[in-house]
Every structure is written in structure tokens, then in C-alpha cells.
Design a protein. Structure first.
Ligand SMILES: Cc1cc2nc3c(=O)[nH]c(=O)nc-3n(C[C@H](O)[C@H](O)[C@H](O)COP(=O)(O)OP(=O)(O)OC[C@H]3O[C@@H](n4cnc5c(N)ncnc54)[C@H](O)[C@@H]3O)c2cc1C
Length: 301
């Protein structure tokens, strides 16, 4: 078995870019070429077409967690008990949903603006359980999801098995109108490949510290440095690596697997169902997908 990211292996890589050598200057420096850094680069390039924008990443761009995740574009989460309509957490759930919807819409717009082929499917996904007793407050959840603009439907038994092609899951809430699935490595590679000319990317360039200089900040790399008027640190869990110690973030390792495509016979045996995604109703529970090219993806804890 090869230990490599299945999503990335299926996409291929963009042409390599230089690493940082010597001193550089930029108007904007973006540290981290994941979904956050690349989205920021596009937005800044649009807002300031005359500006020099530099993006750096310690490895190949667009190949970190942003390319390796499960590919759920989440507008609506499964509400927790305290977030149900009428409970104290509902106001917060409304805010989270509004942010999720705006982010989901942004992803959809970028896909269409840059013509990114990333197997995007705006058809929702399932919050599913094997033990029906673990899916509680169903009516209240449906009402809560509908109150924040989601479409939601309860399915169980044979009706659910017909959708998923397996009887492993015995009850679920399907949730759509915003929730979508995509191939994450294709999406971020699409963002990288579509960067405009005023954005320069340095790969294999690790930033280990930031220091104030007149009119901005200097970022220190192994073989060079960049002085910029403005710096965006888009490192997610890796913020401490750039020398910012009090970020309260830390990285966590998760594993996932992606099978070969099901054969025609195997696919027929599960009822030739449409691609789907299941999110566990438990925090950090396994995530499972049947992809459009008929592979099974399982993200374990
Ligand atoms: C297995 C898994 C499944 C997930 N599933 C989902 C999902 O289905 N839906 C969802 O919305 N989210 C999911 N996530 C979370 C999602 O992947 C992250 O929230 C997202 O990738 C964060 O993007 P980012 O650009 O902020 O950070 P990252 O993608 O982590 O990008 C940060 C970049 O910074 C670079 N870097 C690190 N240190 C330095 C340094 N010192 N100098 C320069 N560069 C550096 C890294 O190489 C990396 O490319 C999942 C995550 C994992 C691990």
C-alpha cells in the first residue's frame, strides 16, 4: 500500500516554482498556500491590481491539509442539543450557519469564475448513524436546520439504504441547500493555477520568524527574507512555526484512505447509487464518501 495522498495523486501537480533566495520585497506577503492563503491572494490581487503580492509555502503549494481533507463544503452543521431552536445556543448556530453559507457561496463563485473542475456537487450530504438511538431530537433538528435556510429530511431503513447502497447506516438526516462535496486537491490546485500575474509564489520556503521593520514586517526564511508592508499568516494549525507563540493552535494528525474505483459489478451490487457523503454525528467520527469516480473515501480519527 502506498502512503500518499489519493486526492493529490489523482490530480497531478502544477509546474514547480522557485524557492526564496536572498532578500525580496512585496506589498503583501501571504504565508501559507492552502485554501486560506490562495483565496486571500486572489482577493488581494483583485482589490490591488498594481500591488506585488508574494505567497510562500514550506512545501509544494496547494498540497497541505487543504488538498488532503474530506472535501465537504460545509454551510450547515449538524446542530448540537444546545443549538436547537428555542435553546440558548441557537443564536450562535444561526451565526455559524450564516458564515458557513457565505463561505460556501464564495467557494461556488470561485469555482465558476476560474472554471475549476473539481467534481463539485451541490447536492447536500447525510448526518448518519448506525445505531438509530444515537440520532436524537430529529424533529427539532429538522426545524432548526430549516430555520437557518437548509433543506433537511429524515431517512431510515430501506429508504436510506437505497440512497447509500449500504445498510450499515440505519438512520440519517440529509441536509442540503448549501452543503456540497468536492475533490479538495483539484479545488486548491485550481486556485493556484488561476493566480494572476501580480502574485508570485515561492515553494519549499519555510518562514521561521517575523520581525518588525520600518513600514512593515520582515519574514525570515532559510535562504532568504521578504519585507512586506502587510503580512497575512495563513498557517492554520502551524502558526507557531512562523514564530508566533501565543496562537493557541496546534496540529493534529488524521488518517484517511481512498480505494480504487468500484468495478462495474461492485457498483451494480450497491444499486448504482449517486455519489454521496456521510458525516458522523459524533465529533471526529469517521467521514465516508462515495466519489463520482466510484471510489470509497474513509477519513478515520
Ligand atoms: C483529514 C482532514 C479532513 C478534513 N475535512 C474537511 C472537510 O471535509 N471540510 C472542511 O471544510 N475542512 C476539512 N478539514 C479542515 C481543512 O482541511 C482545513 O481547515 C483547511 O485546510 C485549512 O486551510 P488553511 O489554508 O488555513 O491551512 P492549510 O491547508 O493547513 O495550509 C497551511 C499551509 O501553510 C504551510 N506552512 C506551514 N508552516 C509553514 C511555514 N513555517 N512557512 C511557510 N509555510 C508553512 C503548509 O505547508 C500549508 O500548505 C479537514 C482536515 C483534515 C486534516
Amino acid at each position: 500500500m502506498k502512503n500518499q495522498c489519493g486526492w493529490i495523486a489523482l490530480v497531478g501537480t502544477s509546474p514547480g516554482r522557485d524557492h526564496l533566495k536572498g532578500p525580496e520585497k512585496a506589498d503583501w506577503l501571504i504565508i501559507g498556500a492552502g485554501i486560506t492563503g490562495l483565496s486571500a491572494a486572489h482577493s488581494l490581487a483583485e482589490m490591488y491590481p498594481e500591488a506585488r503580492i508574494v505567497v510562500v509555502d514550506r512545501q509544494r503549494a496547494a498540497q497541505g491539509a487543504s488538498a488532503r481533507n474530506s472535501g465537504y463544503a460545509v454551510s450547515h452543521e449538524n446542530p448540537g442539543d444546545d443549538e436547537l431552536i428555542g435553546h440558548s445556543g441557537f443564536a450562535g448556530f444561526e451565526v455559524d450557519s450564516a458564515i458557513g453559507c457565505a463561505a460556501g457561496e464564495e467557494v461556488r463563485k470561485r469555482i465558476s469564475r476560474h472554471g475549476i473542475e473539481c467534481e463539485y456537487r451541490d447536492s447536500g450530504y447525510y448526518f448518519a448513524v448506525n445505531d438509530p438511538a444515537k440520532l436524537t431530537h430529529i424533529e427539532a433538528k429538522l426545524k432548526t436546520l430549516s430555520a437557518v435556510g437548509a433543506s433537511a429530511q429524515f431517512l431510515e431503513g430501506g429508504q436510506l439504504a437505497q440512497k447509500l447502497g449500504t445498510r450499515h447506516y440505519r438512520a440519517a438526516i440529509w441536509c442540503g441547500n448549501g452543503n456540497a462535496l468536492l475533490q479538495p486537491a483539484k479545488y486548491v490546485k485550481g486556485l493556484l493555477d488561476a493566480l494572476p500575474a501580480n502574485v508570485t509564489v515561492f515553494e519549499n520556503t519555510e518562514i521561521s520568524g517575523l520581525e518588525p521593520v520600518r513600514g512593515g514586517v520582515r519574514a525570515i526564511g532559510t535562504q532568504g527574507s521578504i519585507e512586506a508592508g502587510q503580512v497575512l499568516v495563513c498557517l492554520n494549525a502551524f502558526i507557531p512555526r512562523a514564530g508566533i507563540d501565543n496562537s493557541a493552535t496546534f496540529p493534529m494528525e488524521l488518517s484517511a484512505s481512498l480505494t480504487r474505483p468500484l468495478t462495474d459489478r461492485e457498483y451494480a451490487a450497491i444499486g448504482s447509487v449517486e455519489p454521496w457523503g456521510v458525516l458522523s454525528t459524533r465529533p471526529l467520527g469517521a467521514t465516508v464518501r462515495l466519489t463520482p469516480d466510484r471510489r470509497v473515501m474513509i477519513r478515520n480519527t
